[in-house]
Design a protein around this ligand. Structure first.
Ligand SMILES: [Zn+2]
Length: 205
């Protein structure tokens, strides 16, 4: 069934990118950039593959969208990302003149859209950027938790075959949409994820 081009639909597209990252053995974070109902750029976390600390999903999607438009000014564009952006990505979002950011799970360790800093809503150039948190947040978080659980069992940096992990997205699609109303419930699971992400990032660096 074709879903209308709304926030949930595009977050599912970002989730697909995150799943592809999972299959590559990367921390599963995905991003798409949309203008007028069309996806201009996609990105997924590629830090391990590229051995590049800037290869976050958002940075790669911003590059792809700018390339597609042949313009770095991404005015009128919405960025969808499965995890709250870090300070680096929030800065790039600001520089790229993105109009709206929709994210899934909160990142209490590095999130720069309210969890640690408020880089977009309190920016010094007074650029107005709409922020919508918590779209499919539970599913975005489940994918991350599943990844770190598997890393703990198998060890890091193994490329995972598609059949090696459950098809989270297909299963998730059968669950009624989770939304902002569930965000308050993330407090508890977030602290668990923080430990996971903390541990893995520390170990990899
Ligand atoms: Zn980032």
């Amino acid at each position: 069934m074709l879903l209308p081009p709304d926030d949930e639909y595009f977050m599912r597209q970002a989730l697909r990118e995150a799943q592809a990252a999972y299959g590559d053995g990367e921390v599963p974070i995905g991003c798409v950039i949309v203008k007028d109902g069309k996806i201009l750029g996609r990105g997924r976390n590629h830090m391990e593959t590229l051995q590049d600390p800037t290869a976050h999903a958002e940075i790669l999607a911003l590059g792809a969208a700018s390339g597609a438009l042949k313009n770095w000014r991404l005015e009128g564009c919405t960025l969808y990302v499965t995890l709250e952006p870090c300070p680096m990505c929030a800065g790039a979002i600001l520089n790229g003149r993105i109009a709206k950011v929709v994210y899934g799970a909160q990142d209490k360790r590095l999130g720069a859209l309210g969890s640690t800093y408020n880089i977009l809503s309190e920016n010094p150039i007074n650029r107005k950027i709409d922020i919508v948190p918590g779209i499919l947040g539970g599913e975005c978080l489940d994918l991350l938790k599943s990844f770190f659980r598997e890393i703990r069992i198998r060890g890091p940096k193994k490329k995972l075959a598609a059949s090696d992990h459950p098809d989270e997205l297909s299963a998730a699609e059968q669950v009624p949409g989770r939304n902002l109303s569930e965000l308050s419930g993330f407090e508890e699971v977030d602290s668990e994820m923080d430990g996971d992400i903390d541990g893995e990032f520390e170990e990899d660096s």
